[in-house]
Design a protein around this ligand. Structure first.
Ligand code: SAM
Length: 163
């Protein structure tokens, strides 16, 4: 069930420390067809509507080469979210789970991520499908989907050690 800012049975809010700016820079604005959280999909779909990532200057040049990737990871700031819940009840049924066990938009640092499908580039605007954020959501970053990305450097000793 989609939330706005209510506290539900079973949920726990805390008094978070004063939010401080970690130095994030919004690199653009995401334009989507959804004007409210209540109608925005819970997760993006590859066959969803085309959304526009309007890149601010001076970052437009950073789009160079993006068209080489079929899928892109898009990171955005879920700016309408409350940030103080440690236990949440996504179904609003009285049962709750910890925030770190959920992909809820309500988090101490409300960063959303989606794997989006590349559609095109128009004048500093990247067109993709597969997003799930409201119109006007700030854009944090764009990266090639890690499963498509081939590191430039050859593997180094220790890259694959697990312990
Ligand atoms: N795909 C991302 C992830 O997994 O990190 C976000 C998933 S989150 C469940 C998507 C939901 O966040 C939407 O259905 C909507 O209710 C809410 N949402 C979308 N844009 C938002 C915004 N700008 N601020 C707060 N909530 C937002």
């Amino acid at each position: 069930m989609v939330r706005e800012n209510e506290i539900r049975p079973g949920e726990v809010a805390v008094a978070p420390p004063q939010a401080t700016d970690a130095g994030l820079v919004f690199v653009g604005l995401i334009r989507t067809p959804w004007t409210s959280r209540l109608v925005t999909p819970r997760q993006g779909r590859a066959d969803g509507p085309v959304c526009r990532l309007e890149i601010f200057q001076p970052w437009r040049q950073a789009l160079s080469g993006v068209d080489q990737f079929e899928r892109l990871e898009v990171l955005y700031w879920l700016h309408l979210s409350r940030r103080d819940l440690v236990m949440q009840s996504p179904a609003n049924d009285g049962t709750a789970r910890g925030t770190f066990a959920l992909r809820s938009p309500v988090r101490p640092n409300p960063i959303g991520t989606s794997i989006a499908t590349f559609v095109g580039i128009e004048d500093g605007t990247l067109l993709v499908r597969g997003l799930d954020c409201v119109d006007g959501t700030p854009l944090l970053d764009i990266k090639p989907d890690r499963t498509l990305f081939k590191p430039i450097a050859p593997p180094q000793a220790g890259d694959f050690e697990t312990g």
